[in-house]
Structure formats: C-alpha cells, structure tokens
Design a protein around this ligand. Structure first.
Ligand code: HEM
Length: 490
C-alpha cells in the first residue's frame, strides 16, 4: 500500500513539475518575449497576480517603467506602455483595442463591463444623458445637503482625532444614495458604516478571488458556513439592495421625471431625444454599478486631497484666501461660484495626478489581427494598458514629478497639451468616466466649504504611513484610515 502511495505521489509530482516547466517554456516562446521586462513576468502571469493581490501592482509597474523604459512586458501575454502616442493608440477615439475579459469579473454586466463597442455605444446613449450639465445642476442641492452633514460631523469632532477616510467615504456614499437611489444611506448620521459598505468592500474581494480561482469560489459557496456564505454573497447583497431601492422608488414616485435625483431620469429615459428607458432589470444593475463607480473613487480622492493640504499648509492657506476673496460665501458656496476658482482647480488636478484613484492600467485587448501601438506592431489578443501612476509622473511633462505642486497647473493655465494627454485618471476615449462632472462637483463644493471654515493638520506622523498608496483597482490608503485634526480657521 505504502509502495503504491509513494509511486502515485512521485508520478503526481513529476507531472506537476513537467507541466510547470512546459508552461514556462511555452511562455518564453511568446511573440512578445523580446520586450524589456523581468524574467518572472516572462515566465508566468501569476507573478503580476501576486502583486495585484498584495495591493502593489501600480507601484511595481511604475518601478518597472523606471527601470526598463516606456514599454514593459508584464506577463507572457501582457504589456504596459507609457508614451502619449501609445495612450492614444490604446484608449483614443478610433482605437482597435477593446476592454479585456478581466472586466467580466467586476460584478454584473452593465455599461462599465460591456466590451463590444457597438453594444457599449447603444447602452451609453441610454445612460449618459443623466449626467448632462443641466441634470447635474438640478441635483446640486442633494450634494450640498450631504456636505452640510459632513461639516456637522467635523464640527462635533473639532479639535479631536477625525478619521477623514471614513467620513469622506461616507459622504461619497450618501451622495451616491441620494442621487442614484433616491435615498441616502444615512451613513453620515451614524458613527458606524452601514451594512451596505461592508458588503461593498467584501464584493471587491470576492470578485478578485473569482478572477484568480473561480473553482475555489464555487467550492466555497457550497460550504454550509454562515459567515462564509455571507461573504461569498456580498455581490448579491449589493445588487439586491439596488433592485429593492429602485422598486420602492417606482412605487413611491412613479415613472415621471419629477425629482432632482438621477434615478428619475434613468427611469424616464430621454423622450426629448427619443431615447427609450432601459428595462427595470437593466436599471437596477446600472445604479448598483454606478454606486460602485462613484463611492470609493470620489471618497478616496477627497481624502488624499485633504491629506495633501495637511502636508502642504502653504496651499491650504492659499486656497482659503482664494475662497474667502471670492463670491463663494455670499453665494452659499453654490457650484457656480466655486467651479472656476483657479487654486481650487489646481489642487484638484494635482491630487488626481499625484494620487490617481485608479492608478494601474485599464486593461484592453488587441484585435485578432494585431495592431500598432506606439509605432510597434503588437500581436492579436495581447493585453495592453498604460497606467495613470506612470503617465502622470512623466518628468518630461511634469518636472519634479514626485512632489505635490499645484503651481504646475496654475503656471500652465490649466495644463499644457502634453500634461492633459498624459492624465489617465478619468480613463480616455469612448470609455472615459461618465461621472467626472458629478465627482468634480462634490470635490469642489467640499473643498470650498470645508477649507473656508477649518484648518486641518495630521494627527501624528503615523498618518503618513497610513496614507501610503496601495491599490486594488482603486487606490486605498495602506492603513485604511486617515487620522487628522480639524480646527476653526482664523
Ligand atoms: C474622482 C472620482 C472618479 C474617478 C477618478 C473615476 C475614474 C474612472 C475611470 C478611470 C474610469 C475608466 C475605467 C476603465 O476604462 O476601465 C471610469 C469609468 C466610469 N466611471 Fe468613473 N471615476 C470617478 C467617479 C465616478 C462617479 C461619481 C461616477 C458616477 C456616478 C462614475 C461613473 C463611471 C462610469 C459609468 C464609468 C464607465 C464608463 C464606460 O465604460 O462607458 N465615476 N471612472
């Protein structure tokens, strides 16, 4: 018996080693093998995956570009680029590259996940009208209300330790609830995050795990362990919440566009342009996806912005002076009164450049016949990307790229063409962020209202360590908190 067990084990081991060797040799014969890059990346795609799981994908890829130059092989079938020409080829209008199958792992299929360009165009037509300038201005009071609640929390904790990451995430979540579901999550009214946010966080983990080991997820979801079942069902909770909220909304308010939020417009469609609404099932997926797209991106950007102002008190004083010398206060900090303030804009641009909330590459796949990227022929079905963390720190266009300096945007009147072409934080081309104007409205109103009233500083040196960047698609502060102290400003 022992003999057979040992023989089977040895045969199994030999088979496994042979498979790994065969796979590594096959990978080394990949048509992109001659590109610069580390040997570990050429041997297996698992190397990059481990960096991704550890939250260090963007910083690792950035270091590789600094070592190897503008083109780097990231895995046997994946390349990262950093030149402006390649950004245009991968993401620009008319590109032949489409979103890679990796997007299938991001929850349920809606506008964000759709890969086929024609299907995406049709879906975008039926969603994008809700983000028109008129529709955003109409919802401004909903944003102002949530910022008032944020300011009440700051007031209650004035002079004390204040976890800005928690409260600014809750602000973004409550704005999303008001605007996309017609009801706030009331996260700013309590001290604990609502259950929704717990499921939202877990859903990201489950989706990453599904991408990595789908078979393991299948096994785990069958195990009769309550906590595990709840964890594996996080995505279902989030989509279920969106669906219930939408049904309740329709029961309450009907289908006519009478309210300020954006859900009312999604339900009604755009009759003026002859655009029919999506089905209820499609709407409920879209609103849930929009809450994903809106919450951590906006909340974490607000957090890094306030943190950078603590690190650069000179800019804090400058922006306060600009706000106080403007018509903002006498206009109750209306969006109109703050949207064009140069220092406010420069600080937001610089935060988005320095701490891009989607820092790593947005993966695209080349067409089956291959295509040219950055002047180089790339074979078909290769995964290609450029990442914001690298393109936005290109020293040719951003001198002293590793220092936070809003002045660079002021002295170039909002950025040179190369600076603008290098900014990838909102994505580019037909798949660019649809919620950009909504996010900018939140960022500008929050910055103006909070900085007018409060001076802010870090609580202790530990905050710097907590704010180191890690990324799991979105940028997340390493310590998962940002402890600051707000005090009434002179
Ligand atoms: C600071 C805040 C934000 C940043 C930096 C940001 C960034 C991005 C990026 C980089 C993409 C492209 C993803 C890709 O190509 O894979 C994207 C897509 C998208 N974002 Fe945002 N986002 C922000 C806030 C928002 C908000 C507030 C909303 C809506 C409520 C939103 C809705 C969307 C949608 C719908 C897409 C998909 C567009 C498409 O594929 O057609 N985002 N965002």
């Amino acid at each position: 018996m022992a003999f057979f067990t040992a023989t089977y084990s040895a045969v199994g081991l030999v088979a496994l080693v042979s498979y790994v060797l065969w796979k590594a040799i096959a990978n080394l014969t990949s048509p992109i093998r001659s590109l610069p890059g580390p040997l570990s990346a050429k041997l297996s795609s698992k190397w990059l995956l481990t960096k991704d799981l550890a939250g260090s994908k963007a910083t690792t890829v950035h270091a590789l570009h600094q070592k190897y130059g503008p083109v780097v092989q990231l895995s046997p079938n994946e390349i990262s680029f950093s030149s402006i020409e390649s950004i245009k080829d991968i993401y620009g209008q008319g590109t032949k590259c489409i979103k890679s199958p990796a997007y299938d792992n991001f929850g349920r299929r809606g506008l964000f996940q759709i890969q086929d360009p024609e299907e995406h165009r049709q879906r975008a037509k039926r969603v994008s009208h809700i983000f028109s300038q008129a529709s955003l201005l109409n919802m401004e009071p909903l944003v102002q209300e949530q910022i008032s609640l944020l300011i009440s929390s700051i007031e209650k904790n004035s002079g004390k330790q204040f976890d800005a990451l928690h409260w600014l995430r809750m602000t973004a979540l409550d704005v999303s609830g008001e605007v996309l579901l017609g009801k706030s999550f009331e996260a700013l009214k309590g001290n604990e995050p609502p259950p929704y946010i717990h499921h939202l966080d877990n859903a990201y983990l489950v989706w990453s795990l599904e991408g990595l080991a789908p078979w393991l997820c299948k096994v785990l979801s069958f195990l009769p362990i309550k906590g595990l079942q709840e964890f594996m069902g996080s995505g279902n909770y989030v989509y279920g919440y969106g669906e219930d909220a939408m049904r309740e909304y329709i029961r309450h308010y009907g289908r006519e566009p009478k309210r300020r939020d954006l859900l009312t417009k999604l339900i009604a469609g755009n009759p003026k342009e002859n655009i029919k609404p999506l089905t209820d099932a499609e709407i409920s997926v879209e609103v849930s996806n929009l809450i994903f797209a809106a919450t951590d991106t906006t909340g974490n950007t607000m957090t890094y912005m306030v943190y950078q102002l603590c690190c650069h008190p000179k800019w804090q004083a400058k922006v306060r002076e600009e706000i106080r010398n403007s018509a903002a206060k006498s206009s109750n900090f209306s969006f109109e009164s703050v949207q064009s303030l140069p220092i406010v804009n420069a600080i937001i641009h610089e935060t988005l450049r320095f701490n891009p909330v989607v820092p790593s590459g947005l993966p695209r796949i080349t067409p089956p016949q291959g295509c040219k990227i950055g002047g180089m022929f790339i074979p078909g079905k290769t995964i290609v990307s450029a990442q914001a963390l690298t393109t936005q720190r290109n020293p040719d266009f951003f001198p002293n790229p590793d220092s936070f300096n809003p002045q660079r945007w002021l002295s170039t009147n909002g950025g040179t063409p190369q600076m603008k072409d290098s900014m990838l934080v909102w994505g580019k081309g037909t798949r660019t962020c649809l919620g950009q104007n909504m996010a900018l409205m939140e960022l500008k109103i929050m910055l103006a209202r909070v900085m007018d009233k409060y001076a802010v500083r870090i609580r202790s040196e530990k905050t710097h360590g907590d704010m180191l960047m890690t990324d799991h698609f979105t940028l997340i502060p390493k310590g998962q908190k940002c402890e600051l102290v707000f005090e009434i400003a002179n």
